[in-house]
Every structure is written in structure tokens, then in C-alpha cells.
Design a protein around this ligand. Structure first.
Ligand code: HEC
Length: 161
């Protein structure tokens, strides 16, 4: 057999082997009550909460709403799990209530920045999730809310609350 033929067969075998379910990463679907969710500790108006829920929670919470069919094809699930892991390390709305005021304020600042730059949700995610797209005014609303939260936290510090 020609060398390229062998390489191709080797590649096909590798792709088949990594489909074995034992190699699937654990799904991000915690069934614990989300007691530390951001909405339990901070003032999140319903429309903002819906934006976060529809556009951010799949990566930035302990519960990914729905896994697409292609999630079950490797190496897609490794790639997605890595995104979710990195996203949660930066910002986890399900754990937000456990953040110190200093950390929370910083996270609100980062959210504001990301929304002003329209840098989130990730482009690769938006390609497959039309319903997670935010309009210009949605981006603005979330950014303004995040800014307001920082101001309120600053005020509390001054008043010693
Ligand atoms: C498809 C997964 C995904 C979605 C959906 C998503 N993010 Fe992210 N986000 C990430 C990843 C991954 C990171 C880690 C940094 C990186 O790799 O860019 C991140 C990082 C962040 C950070 C930290 C950035 C910094 O300054 O370091 C913020 C804030 C953020 N995201 C906000 C949001 C908001 C708000 C939404 C919803 C409007 C959202 N993200 C939706 C994947 C996602």
C-alpha cells in the first residue's frame, strides 16, 4: 500500500477509536439547586436575566441547556468542554453569589467591556445558535446594567454598608 493510504487508514481508525463513549467528557449539567445564582444575590431585571440565560449560561453556568447532536462526535465534545471549562473559570453565573464583592465588581466590569466590544458570546457558538444572538440594543442594555451594578457596589463601599 502507498504511504498516503496507510496514513489515511491510520487517521480513520483514530477517528473511530475516539468515538468510544468512555472518552466522552462529563456533561455540564448539575442538578444541584442553583442557590448561588447571580439572581439570588444581585438585582438582575428580568429582561437582562433572559439575555444572560439565552446567550451566556450555556458556557458560564453549571447547566448547559441543551447539547447539540454534533456534541456527540469527537473531537467536538472535547473542544466544547474545554470552552465551557475555561468560560466557567472566568465567570460562572451559577456561582456568582459566592464571589467576594471585589471579585464581583471586577466581573461586572468585564461583562460591561465584553458587551461594549460585542466580544461575547463566542463567534463559533453564534454560528450554531441563532437564538443566542444579541441585537445592538441588547448589548447596550446588558452593558449598562453591568455598569450600574459596579456603581451601586462602589456606593455601598462609600456608605460602609
Ligand atoms: C460558547 C461559550 C461561551 C458563551 C456562550 C459565552 N462565553 Fe463568555 N467566555 C467564554 C470563554 C471560553 C471565555 C474564556 C476566555 C476566552 O477564552 O476568551 C469567556 C470569557 C468571558 C469573560 C471574561 C473575559 C475577560 O475579561 O477575561 C466575560 C466577562 C464573559 N465571557 C462574558 C460573557 C457574557 C456576558 C456572555 C453572554 C452574553 C458570554 N460570555 C457568553 C465562552 C463563552
Amino acid at each position: 500500500m502507498k504511504r498516503w493510504g496507510k496514513i489515511l487508514i491510520g487517521f480513520i481508525i483514530l477517528i473511530l477509536v475516539i468515538q468510544i463513549p468512555a472518552f466522552n467528557p462529563k456533561k455540564n449539567i448539575s442538578d444541584a439547586e442553583p442557590v448561588n445564582d447571580i439572581a439570588n444575590a444581585y438585582d438582575v431585571p428580568m429582561d437582562i436575566l433572559m439575555h444572560l440565560y439565552n446567550s451566556c449560561y450555556d458556557c458560564h453556568s453549571n447547566y448547559t441547556k441543551e447539547y447539540p447532536w454534533y456534541y456527540h462526535i469527537q473531537p467536538v465534545s472535547w473542544w466544547m468542554s474545554l470552552h465551557i471549562r475555561n468560560a466557567k473559570k472566568e465567570l460562572n453565573f451559577s456561582e456568582f453569589a459566592t464571589y467576594s464583592p471585589k471579585k464581583a465588581e471586577k466581573k461586572f466590569h468585564e461583562i460591561q467591556e465584553m458587551m461594549e466590544k460585542k466580544a461575547m458570546p463566542l463567534k463559533s457558538y453564534l454560528l450554531m445558535h441563532d437564538d443566542a444572538k444579541l441585537s445592538n440594543s441588547d448589548y447596550q442594555d446588558v452593558a449598562e446594567w453591568a455598569k450600574k451594578m459596579q456603581n451601586e457596589m462602589g456606593r455601598k463601599k462609600v456608605n460602609g454598608e
